[in-house]
Write a protein that binds this ligand. Structure first.
Ligand code: ATP
Ligand code: MG
Length: 503
């Protein structure tokens, strides 16, 4: 071997000088040990790392001088076995060393066993790469990765990263819950899978346009858009997109929040505010109309009495006109009463009780009238329905509204069914009719105040009903098919989380 037996004091020949210089310019540490583990050679880099001068090391026991106490015995044991020819040397391994100042450094070793002519081990030659910084950097990276992973995994918002082509690169657990896809089935696919029409058509355009022009439509700006679940259902989300550069490539991170609840709350608030304003207006108008109306009504009656005084035959025509006037006045009076009642709708005060009893009471009160009009009424309630909190008077009003609507939708008679059901969190009342049904284009508007398709309707029935049910923390939904009939479903929560609720 070229290096073995090289002695620093034997300098002088060109070959030796060249050898020495080449040893000193290589960027790894080189250490040769004799069979007893004493240092016979160490290059410049080795001295630098260990912090000793060459003279301080040559001839010293490597294990005692340069290894931390914790590994010294074990490494020495292996070395001795190699020297006795009992085991082969391990070609690569990572081992710590200790410097002159006592600092430990991690070194990645590459070893060969030196042998004499007969093949007997005479020592080792090892090159070592100081990997302390690399190890520490790896450790830091591992830690930061673990931290990032923990954030991604525990975040309540969906976090999705995509590349420049819109291909999904990561999908956190919240996104899995929100969209119904497992990360492994969606990673590698196009992000357009998560968008409903027409966003899915526009998306590629957005990213391309941004890359080409730098113009921001979505990047850096939170937007409310619609997203699509695996099962095809569409839900509203708030999306905040940010851009990350890694090397030459851009990646986009989307933070997504499901805002279904927020939006329904928002629309409920808007509806309630609208109703409140309408209520005030209605009260004002009704109030202003009421007084003149009652004097008109009074005068009309007086006029009737006046007519009685005239005994001539041609008062008949005048009497018919007067009666028609009185009829119209009565109708407007009834309307103003209804408006006033609406505007004075008190807050509901729910009290826990048996809903089935209220249903029986309400249906008993309308049964005769319905039967008379050719409407068959069936009531199916379960006796062991759990108790829920409701404001008796107000819920009664809601039920009567719905029954009247159903009745009005069946001018030629039909069937009206009132049934109860129970789900995980609510008790349901369903009121179904076999009436005319509600056209698709009206469905969105039936709960709007003053929306009516009836000649003499106020259009307040459902608006008020919805308001009452919302105040109960419940929901009212409608399903309808033109020509077949309509079902209104009221859900009242089993646990009312409102301070107004009383046990
Ligand atoms: N069961 C039903 N079948 C068919 N259409 C219905 C039914 N219930 C409600 N609608 C439709 O919804 C509209 C609004 O109903 P809502 O009860 O709010 O007002 P209205 O019944 O028209 O007026 P009011 O309640 O003052 O008599 C009705 O005009 C009708 O077009
Ligand atoms: Mg009505």
């Amino acid at each position: 071997c070229l290096f073995f037996g090289w002695k620093p004091e034997g300098e002088g020949t060109l070959l030796q000088d060249l050898t020495r210089q080449s040893l000193d310019i290589i960027p790894v540490m080189l250490v040769a040990l004799d069979a007893r583990g004493r240092i016979t050679l160490i290059n410049k880099r080795g001295c630098e790392i260990l912090g000793y001068a060459e003279k301080e090391l040559i001839g010293k026991d490597w294990f005692e001088t340069c290894l931390p106490a914790a590994v010294r015995r074990q490494v020495r044991g292996v070395f001795d076995k190699i020297m006795r020819g009992e085991v082969e040397a391990v070609k690569y391994f990572d081992n710590p060393i200790v410097t002159k100042t006592g600092e430990e450094r991690m070194v990645s070793w590459h070893n060969t066993v030196l042998r004499d002519d007969k093949g007997k081990p005479t020592g080792t030659l090892s090159s070592g790469l100081d990997i302390t910084e690399r190890k520490a950097a790896e450790e830091r990276l591992r830690e930061s990765e673990a931290r990032v992973r923990a954030i991604l995994e525990t975040a309540v918002d969906g976090i999705i990263t995509i590349d420049e082509h819109g291909i999904i690169e990561s999908f956190n657990p919240a996104a899995e819950r929100m969209f119904g896809y497992k990360a492994e089935e969606i990673v590698g696919k196009s992000v357009t899978l998560l968008m409903p029409f027409p966003y899915n058509q526009e998306h590629d355009g957005y990213i391309r346009e941004y890359i080409e022009t730098g113009e921001r439509k979505v990047i850096g700006i939170g937007r409310e858009i619609e997203a699509k679940r695996k099962d095809g259902t569409v839900f509203p989300v708030r999306l905040a997109l940010s851009e990350v550069h890694v090397g030459e490539h851009r990646h986009f991170t989307g933070i997504i929040r499901d805002i279904s609840e927020e939006i329904s709350l928002r629309s409920k608030t808007i509806q309630a505010e609208r109703l409140a304003i309408i209520g005030k207006m209605a009260a004002k108008v009704a109030h202003e109309i009421r007084n003149p109306l009652s004097s008109i009504s009074l005068n009309a009656e007086l006029l009737g009495e006046e007519l009685d005084g005239y005994q001539c035959a041609n008062t008949r025509e005048a009497r018919v006109l007067l009666e028609s006037m009185i009829h119209e006045i009565d109708r407007v009076t009834a309307l103003t009463d209804e408006y006033l009642q609406f505007s004075r709708l008190p807050h509901s005060r729910p009290v826990r009780g048996r809903l089935q009893d209220l249903l029986q009471e309400v249906s008993a009160s309308v049964a005769a009238q319905l039967q008379h009009k050719g409407v068959k009424l069936t009531v199916e309630t379960s006796d062991d329905l759990p108790e829920v909190a409701f404001d008796r008077a107000q819920l009664k009003r809601v039920l009567l509204n719905l029954i009247r609507n159903a009745h009005e939708a069946m001018p030629k008679g039909g069937e009206l069914r009132i049934a109860t059901a129970q789900s995980d969190h609510a008790v349901h009342v369903r009121i179904s009719d076999t009436g005319v049904g509600i056209p698709e284009e009206d469905k969105e508007r039936i709960f709007d105040p003053f929306f009516t398709t009836k000649d003499f309707g106020t259009g307040l029935g459902l608006a008020v009903s919805q308001q009452v049910i919302n105040e109960h923390g419940g929901q009212i939904h409608c399903e309808s098919e033109v020509g077949k009939g309509t079902t209104f479903d009221i859900a009242l929560p089993l646990n009312l989380k409102r301070p107004g609720a009383q046990k």
